[in-house]
Design a binder for this molecule. Structure first.
Ligand SMILES: [Zn+2]
Ligand SMILES: [Zn+2]
Length: 264
């Protein structure tokens, strides 16, 4: 009995010491991150992603120049601005140019038009390494997603970057964006798309873009979620989002929605 009491006392003591160490570690980590941020801010002060002014990640002037897409006037299928009644981007005649008759996704939305400020935000994050911009982009994407897309079975999915791009940037910009959108929406993120080699889409025309990504994606999962929200940064001609949606639909996904930060 005395042995048991002694052991219980010793165990309590061990737990208390461990809890103390954990708390100390937590405190140290917090102070370390704060100190690192102060040093970084002094060495490389925060500048506006679009105009370079010192202060915020996006200054008030540039922020006011973000051209938000009015979702009440946008096409309910492809998300083209002002396409609510008659869309000139997802009709069969326009889609003939990329050898399609309909779009493969169920609906698409974009938060802003791809103007100078939006382009700079995307470029500064992807090529300038300003990863904190993910919060701003994800917030605007999450705000533009219709509430009816969010179901208990909904998941966020992303178009993975090529291994070369990930190696060059040091992070997968699409995965990071999807993680943040999923966090804001309170739904899980799934990494189910695999990518094969293809040319960089930048600089290619509409038809070439569609050809370049055709059949480029495959799905590495058998049971498909009922609702998939495919997140990407820019909808240029839609060829990448469409090719990824093709793969998800072919794998049996019943509903595929797409949401992007900007739309060209
Ligand atoms: Zn600015
Ligand atoms: Zn449309």
């Amino acid at each position: 009995m005395a042995d048991l009491t002694l052991r219980a006392f010793q165990n309590t003591k061990v737990h208390a010491v461990r809890a103390g160490h954990a708390r100390l570690n937590e405190l140290f980590t917090t102070y370390y991150h704060a100190a690192r941020e102060v040093v970084a801010e002094n060495l490389w002060p925060t500048r506006c992603a679009a105009c370079g002014t010192l202060g915020d990640l996006l200054c008030k002037t540039c922020s006011s120049q973000l051209d938000f897409i009015d979702l009440w006037r946008a096409c309910p299928i492809c998300g083209a601005p002002y396409g609510m009644h008659q869309c000139c981007e997802c009709n069969s005649y326009s889609l003939k140019g990329i050898e399609r008759s309909t779009v493969p996704f169920d609906a698409c939305v974009s938060a802003v038009r791809f103007n100078r400020v939006a382009a700079q935000i995307v470029r500064t994050r992807k090529d300038g390494g300003e990863r904190r911009l993910v919060t701003l982009m994800a917030y605007h994407i999450a705000c533009s997603i219709p509430p009816e897309w969010i179901k208990p079975e909904s998941v966020v999915c992303f178009i993975p970057g090529s291994s070369r791009a990930i190696q060059k940037r040091g992070f997968d910009h699409a995965q990071e964006l999807a993680n943040e959108v999923a966090r804001l929406l309170g739904i899980p993120v799934l990494n189910i798309l695999a990518i094969q080699k293809a040319r960089d889409q930048r600089g290619l025309g509409r038809h070439l873009r569609a050809q370049n990504v055709k059949g480029r994606f495959s799905v590495c999962r058998e049971n498909m979620p009922a609702y998939i929200i495919l997140v990407d940064d820019v909808y240029t001609t839609g060829s990448t989002v469409m090719a990824a949606s093709d793969a998800l639909k072919d794998a049996g996904a019943p509903r595929v929605y797409a949401a992007t930060f900007a739309r060209v």
